[in-house]
Design a protein around this ligand. Sequence first.
Ligand code: NAD
Length: 337
Amino acid sequence: MRIFLTGGAGYIGSHTLLEVLSQDHEVCVFDDYSNSTPESLRRVETLTNRKFKTVEGSVLDPQCLTQALQEFKPDAVIHFAGKKAVGESVEKPLMYYENNVVGTLNLLRAMEAANCERIIFSSSATVYGDPQFLPITEDHPLGATNPYGQTKLMAEHILRDWAQSRPTASAVILRYFNPLGAHESGRIGEDPNDIPNNLMPYVAQVAVGRRDRLRVWGNDYDTPDGTGVRDYIHVVDLAKAHAAALGFGETHQGCETINIGTGRGYSVLDVVGAFELAAGRAIPYDIKPRRSGDIATCYADPAKAKRLLGWRAEHDLADMCASTWKWQSQNPDGYDS
Ligand SMILES: NC(=O)c1ccc[n+]([C@@H]2O[C@H](COP(=O)([O-])OP(=O)(O)OC[C@H]3O[C@@H](n4cnc5c(N)ncnc54)[C@H](O)[C@@H]3O)[C@@H](O)[C@H]2O)c1
């Protein structure tokens, strides 16, 4: 198959790129490198010993996007390109709506011009808002509590309406829970440009001495140790879910929404403890007040992914920590190392 990956140089994109190349698909990566570097692509090329096409461009540039799609003529698109920091989305909502919503609209128009009707979209468990029951199934009520989540919800609506309007189109919306970890080689991993927003890259940067201490936001939640509980999913499992969704999309028509999680939750202190074991060093932390908008517990019901995609997570928290540590200790300054 010919696969067009927007945002393919980023964290999840680069791991998915590696996975689809190892399955012999032909790939074109389309990325503006606003939150990544071409170095991730060079490393994937070395790891897989496979060549692939790259186009530097933004999904906010319809002309460039249409030209790239018309030239590559993909069978399917995986759409990772977007902004993902919840806090930044509160400060810069218009930038988020533009990138994530207008970018998705531009992509669908460009796909129509290139006669491509299959898309896999990166959505997020944030679209569920405050959990009303657990585990979270795909029919859980929706209600994002921040602009980032709203952009994902809007993009989902657009994709659903688009798929409905075209009898042979397929849109597969994957709602990721909390991606963690790195490829087992330690050559690619998560490399935040700024202060990490997510727990694991922050923990990893404390472990290598780039940051002093971890801040744990609240230890008075109604959870076993008082800290927030999340469903962490290994990025390599997540990449394999995209490969499975590509196969599913070949015969699927319409729009399907699928949770990608493990079905089990770990607390912040579970993650800290597992990382200390993997790295063989202590992670100093301070307990801080709860952050507004944070929830106590969230984990997926992943049964639909098993049923429709034949996929389930295979890696556990220890694997996620060990691979993150390998990546971070071998690349203390990320791709600049
Ligand atoms: N990492 C998470 O915790 C998480 C959770 C749920 C959903 N998601 C979604 O998954 C997708 C990938 O996330 P990630 O963690 O790999 O993020 P990332 O920032 O590492 O990757 C996104 C990639 O898209 C590129 N990009 C951004 N805006 C672009 C634009 N306008 N045009 C072209 N390229 C652009 C960036 O340069 C980067 O390479 C995002 O859509 C994100 O919202 C991520």
